[in-house]
Design a protein around this ligand. Structure first.
Ligand SMILES: [Zn+2]
Length: 54
């Protein structure tokens, strides 16, 4: 059995996407790294998750 660390933000991303897959895990990690590298945060009041479907 695989265990994950609790991350409500990631859970919201998985819920939006509809399932947990490698693309979601990788995209989430890359987005978080990019936000750290660019020293940016979500605008105040922006709790939404943005994603695009192919
Ligand atoms: Zn997927």
């Amino acid at each position: 059995m695989t265990e994950r660390l609790a991350d409500p933000e990631f859970d919201a991303v998985v819920e939006f996407h509809g399932h947990l897959c490698l693309d979601i895990a990788l995209g989430y990690r890359v987005a978080k790294a990019a936000m750290r590298a660019l020293a940016c945060e979500r605008p105040p009041g922006c709790a939404g998750v943005r994603a695009w479907r192919r």
